[in-house]
Design a protein around this ligand. Structure first.
Ligand SMILES: [Zn+2]
Length: 207
């Protein structure tokens, strides 16, 4: 099923301390990162945005955004922002969050299953790094491992840190946010790539 662009209204998040006003143009001028906190300004229908199926649960999510290549805030896939910081030779490690969009999202049974799987893989990946030295130590004690080889070191760095960890965080975020958002160009609306059934249900609510 082809996804369609669907617009959801946003507003400034209430009751949260905002470090700075929402202002990406002036922030560029003074070189300081703007931080914004937005939330969904309209209730979403009881259908998931990815599959268009009836929602079985609603979960509170916070979508992180970082500045993309074109200057607009884009949804942070942690992996993409790691790549970006490498490609632009930005010494700052990892994604530099410029803002968040929070809201309750409808999730169907399929979304919840995928979320559980993605989170499971993310936890395994995340734990692999801290556990590896323990396993290596035990292997060395048992005499199985004579010396730590170069490939093993590379597997840890940059393999697990930051590579594996970035993938883990990406999978985790993806589990909570099954649909992609287009780059943000306004503080009052967000466009997501949604299932047509979700778009229809949303339009019906607005009527
Ligand atoms: Zn779904």
């Amino acid at each position: 099923m082809r996804k369609v662009d669907t617009t959801i209204a946003l507003r400034r998040e209430r009751g949260k301390i905002v470090l700075r006003e929402f202002e990406w143009s002036t922030a560029d001028a003074i070189g300081a990162p703007a931080r914004f906190a937005l939330e969904l300004a309209q209730p979403l229908p009881d259908r998931c945005a990815r599959h268009g199926r009836p929602a079985v649960r609603h979960i509170d999510t916070e979508m992180r955004m970082h500045t993309g290549f074109n200057g607009s805030p884009v949804e942070t896939s942690w992996w993409s922002s790691f790549l970006e910081s490498w490609l632009t030779h930005d010494p700052s490690w990892g994604p530099s969050t410029v803002g968040e969009v929070s809201g309750r999202r409808p999730m169907c049974a399929r979304c919840m299953r995928q979320r559980a799987i993605l989170h499971g893989i993310a936890y395994c990946l995340g734990l692999a790094g801290p556990l590896a030295p323990v396993v290596l130590f035990l292997a060395a004690q048992a005499g199985v491992l004579q010396s730590v080889s170069m490939p093993l070191i590379l597997a840890f760095f940059p393999g697990w840190l930051p590579g594996g960890l970035a993938v883990a965080l990406t999978l985790y975020a993806r589990g909570n946010s099954p649909v992609r958002a287009r780059p943000l160009t306004s503080a009052s609306a967000m466009t997501i790539r949604a299932h047509p059934a979700f778009a229809e249900a949303l339009a019906a609510r607005c009527r």
